[in-house]
Design a protein around this ligand. Structure first.
Ligand code: NAD
Length: 500
């Protein structure tokens, strides 16, 4: 298998300076299907230097908003053109179903279009009333400079787009390091940016490990902003390094997301069916490898037994297999490491007294499920409580823990009893209760009678240890800008503060 040139610096595709490479495994059979360049600090330095030069001396930061928006729209059109190809690549690389891969590409195109529309719709600054006609005072926005981006393996393309689209819309240059496990679609996206006409040096990518390339991005003095999406441990390291070099930091970290179901939501058969179906979707889509996965079911006691029994039956019927096979509903976990982690959390929960209702093990191999693949059965654990690691810590696998409440206050306390605060849902037919719960739950996104949808025009991000800052929406653009106050005195006079 020949090595793909996956490092892009100053308009050129190349190998790693060291010549090192890495095999990319298909998580469905653990076999390599691509070989990429394994960059290190030297490649990171070269990419940052290219982005610095392109920002300080290049044309991109000076382009008109109309030109930037036009480029973003061309990228969206190219994504539509390559939807099938890139969707398939995302499926193979990250282990998701092809349909999930296609939907990811659609969402990425939407993000590019959204930020194009946002910058086009803005005024050229905000006029501030200085209290006198002889002063013209305006606040304008300028690009931050060189942005470094680090992304995770679960939604490689989507997470990259939430950073790249606003960064370009604001006139920045950037370097990006995708997860070493799933770099391929980010490489494909950079190819589309080049095809769309982005000048050399504006978009640079270095494929390689976090502890070398990523760490270099975080501590390099020529980087003005670092935007990181990933786990709490790596995010903390990035924030520490960024603090020493005083760069702007945006962190999108993990979640331990509550899905609160009140009995009134299940009062009708349709309501019950919908709430069970959505609880299944919340916990098991992409095998639970979703930052906002609803891995904590918090359910009212009176409906619990029936709900959980039905949920377990449906979870046991989820069709696991290679994401490219027809009829498969859920792919494998992304790596052996993720499989080991999931097994560890299930074992620890059982040791701590949880009751296994379904799953809890690797499935039997089949025609669509090679024995070497990183598959794990959707797992429902009843009788869980805050003392258990599976309830407190992010599993990032197909594991649902069940906790029970009897009062609204208790439901709120359980939903907020996490150091994270990314997202949560409440299921109820009582609109007053829905609004009360939405206000009291301390998470960055609250769904009422739904789970998972997001909108590019609405901010995404977390309370607590789920992160710092927001992506998407106007705040997602503001992350990539500096505000500048320009105060023009139209009738200057001496101030005579000093007598002499
Ligand atoms: P991870 O933290 O292991 O890795 C994320 C990225 O950081 C990778 O590119 C990795 O190479 C890099 N990295 C690792 N160590 C580094 C270091 N010392 N310095 C700089 N970079 C380093 O996370 P992961 O396992 O790839 O992804 C899963 C995590 O991502 C979960 O916690 C999930 O919740 C989170 N996530 C959050 C969001 C969100 O929107 N909040 C979205 C997707 C994923």
């Amino acid at each position: 298998m020949s090595t793909q040139l996956t490092i892009h610096v100053d308009g050129e595709w190349r190998n790693a300076t060291s010549g090192a490479t890495r095999e990319i495994l298909d998580p469905a059979d653990a076999k390599p299907f691509a070989v990429v360049a394994e960059g290190d600090e030297a490649d990171a330095d070269a990419a940052i230097s290219a982005a610095r030069t392109a920002f300080d001396h290049g044309a991109w930061p000076e382009t008109s908003v109309a030109e930037r928006a036009a480029l973003l729209r061309r990228v969206a059109d190219l994504l539509v053109r390559d939807r099938e190809k890139i969707g398939l690549l995302e499926s193979r690389d990250a282990g998701k179903t092809v349909e999930e891969g296609r939907v990811d590409v659609d969402c990425v195109a939407d993000a590019f279009r959204y930020f194009a529309d946002l910058v086009i719709g803005e005024g050229a600054g905000r006029v501030v009333d200085a209290g006198t006609d002889t002063v013209h005072s305006v606040v304008v926005h300028e690009p931050v400079g060189v942005c470094a981006m680090i992304t995770p393996w679960n939604y490689p393309l989507l997470q990259a787009s939430w950073k790249i689209a606003p960064a370009l819309a604001a006139g920045n240059t950037f370097v990006i390091k995708p997860s070493e496990v799933t770099p391929l679609t980010t490489v494909a996206l950079i190819e589309l940016l080049v095809e769309a006409g982005l000048p050399a040096g504006v978009a640079n990518i270095v494929t390689g490990p976090g502890h070398t390339v990523g760490a270099r991005f975080a501590d390099h003095p020529d980087v003005d902003l670092i935007s990181f999406t990933g786990g709490l441990i790596s995010g903390t390291k990035v924030a520490q390094a960024a603090a020493v070099s005083v760069k702007k930091v945006a962190l999108e970290l993990g979640g331990k997301n509550p899905n609160v179901v009140f009995a009134d939501a299940c009062a009708t058969e349709e309501g019950f069916d919908t709430a069970v179906d959505q609880a299944l979707n919340a916990a098991f889509i992409h095998s639970g490898q979703v930052c906002s996965a609803g891995g904590r079911l918090i359910i009212e006691e009176s409906v619990r037994d029936r709900f959980v029994a039905e949920l377990a039956v449906r979870a046991s019927k989820i069709k696991l297999g290679r994401g490219t096979e027809a009829g498969v509903e859920c792919g494998p976990l992304v790596s052996q490491q993720q499989l080991d982690k999931t097994e560890y959390y299930v074992d620890s929960a059982l040791e701590e007294g949880a009751k296994l209702l379904t799953g809890g093990k690797r499935p039997e191999p089949s025609e669509v499920r090679p024995a070497e693949g990183y598959f794990f059965e959707p797992t429902v654990l009843d009788g869980c409580h805050r003392g258990m690691r599976v309830v407190r810590e992010e599993v990032f696998g197909p594991v649902l823990s069940v906790e029970t409440f009897t009062t609204e206050d208790e439901a709120v306390a359980l939903a907020n009893d996490t150091e994270y605060g990314l997202a949560g849902a409440v299921w109820t037919s009582d609109s007053g209760r829905a609004r009360r719960m939405a206000r009291r739950m301390r998470h960055g996104t609250i769904w009422i009678n739904d789970f998972h949808p997001y909108l590019p025009q609405a901010e995404w991000g977390g309370f607590g240890k789920s992160g710092v800052g927001r992506e998407l929406g106007p705040a997602g653009l503001a992350e990539y800008r500096e505000s500048k106050h320009i105060y023009e005195n139209l009738a200057p006079e001496p101030v005579r503060w000093f007598a002499g």
